[in-house]
Write a protein that binds this ligand. Structure first.
Ligand code: BG6
Length: 272
């Protein structure tokens, strides 16, 4: 993979013909390819910036300790713009670790440890999150796996499993309940609440099943034509080729007492 980033910052996973690539910056999963054709299932912007300062546009960035605008630090928190370390690895699995640094303590004065396990299985990618309060005082957070899924054409894309789910519409400010499958023909930025733990994202030729545990919300985002054009690190045609379906715990903040642990899991799986 030639992205213009330092190969030392990348972790390559392999299982049979399937591969995944993780960037230690932001614990961002850049690529997940499956099958003999080595088809890519994640969307990564061609204009993504790899300067280890700006969040990587695409793949699966790790959002913590805050989803959305944050009074204490950058939008979507610091985890996606922090350099994680590789604490364990096998050919098909990596455990990434993030703990407090001087920079994180300056904006969020708490000690923590996150272990993030990314595992390749046959036609599947599993992500397990273990967040630990290593401080002596409680703190709270929101968390999200900001998954950019590649689709062949947004016009033929649908998301199943959100029917009847209540959603917060961040663009129009009017909340509602989903009728039928989600189809996208304009900018969308919604937080679906208490969603099913199994969703299906189909582009007409391929279906990705999104499974989750302990992550009750699902954010659906596509910036559409204008949003893609005005976002400098997003390709102008990104809106046609991606949809973000993001499992998260974002509606109510999780409070962890000293020594407490929060565990959650999400998987992406190709439907047979
Ligand atoms: O441009 P960013 O900070 O990566 O955020 C992208 C989008 O991420 C989504 O999760 C949010 O719901 C959107 O509001 C936001 O625009």
């Amino acid at each position: 993979m030639s992205l213009g980033c330092d190969e030392n910052d990348l972790v390559h996973l392999k299982l049979g013909e399937d591969t995944a690539v993780i960037h230690l910056f932001g614990a961002t999963i850049l690529s997940w390819r499956t099958g003999r054709e080595r088809s890519e299932n994640l969307f990564l912007s061609k204009t993504a910036v790899f300067d280890n300062k700006k969040a990587i546009r695409g793949g699966v960035p790790f959002v913590f300790p805050n989803f959305g605008p944050w009074s204490l630090g950058p939008q979507h928190g610091f985890a996606r713009t922090s350099m994680w370390s590789l604490s364990e690895r096998e050919p098909h699995e990596a455990v990434l670790r993030l703990t407090e640094t001087e920079a994180t303590l300056a904006m969020w004065p708490f000690k923590f440890e996150i272990k993030y396990t990314v595992t390749l299985a046959s036609d599947a990618l599993h992500m397990t999150v273990d967040v630990r309060n290593t401080d002596t005082k409680p703190w709270d957070f929101t968390l999200l796996l900001h998954s950019y899924l590649r689709v062949s054409d947004i016009a033929s894309t649908s998301i199943k499993g959100l029917e009847k789910a209540f959603y917060i519409d961040k663009i129009h400010g009017k909340n509602s309940s989903q009728e039928g499958d989600v189809r996208i023909d304009a900018a969308i930025d919604r937080v679906y609440c208490s969603t099913n733990d199994v969703l299906e994202v189909s582009d007409g030729s391929r279906t990705i099943i999104v499974e989750k545990r302990g992550l009750p919300e699902t954010v659906v985002w596509n910036p559409w034509i204008e949003g893609s054009a005005k976002t400098s690190d997003l390709d102008d045609d990104a809106w046609e080729r991606m949809v973000c379906v993001e499992p998260g715990k974002v509606q109510d903040r999780v409070t962890l007492q000293a020594k407490e642990v929060f565990i959650a899991k999400a998987s992406l799986r190709l439907a047979k």
